[in-house]
Design a protein around this ligand. Sequence first.
Ligand SMILES: [Zn+2]
Length: 157
Amino acid sequence: MAASEYPIEFRRKIRSMIKKAPNGCWLWIGPRHPKGYGRVSYKGKGYYAHRQLKEMCDGKIPDGQEVHHKCRNPSCVNPAHLECVTHAENMRAAALAGAWSGKKNSNAKHTGEEVARVRLLHSLGVTSPSIEEIMGIPYRTVREYITNPSSWPSIGN
Ligand SMILES: [Zn+2]
């Protein structure tokens, strides 16, 4: 699912199951897997909560990749604490380097998908400074995307 496609009921459900801890973790207070991972069901299908949050923020998790908790807390669903990991470390390092150089350019044009993610996070109750941290988009730009509809690029790139 693209970020702009997550139905409002699904977002509300996810938002109602997150409790933000003082250490920055977003604790899942809904159903959990025996190993601690948050689970969420929607229209008869079950999903891992952390994978859904990661996809909402960073886009589809590449095939064969797993989402790793940098904070070592399996019930945490904070996208900033999650990273996709693969066995192909070299490719991953290159991809991260590319993503990071794009993120550091505050004048970078964002795609419709990225803008949709900003709005999605905002609709989940994430504050603008947190969106800045999670997406690597400057605060001023985040606010612009949220408050000024005419600044949104057309969806679909
Ligand atoms: Zn965490």
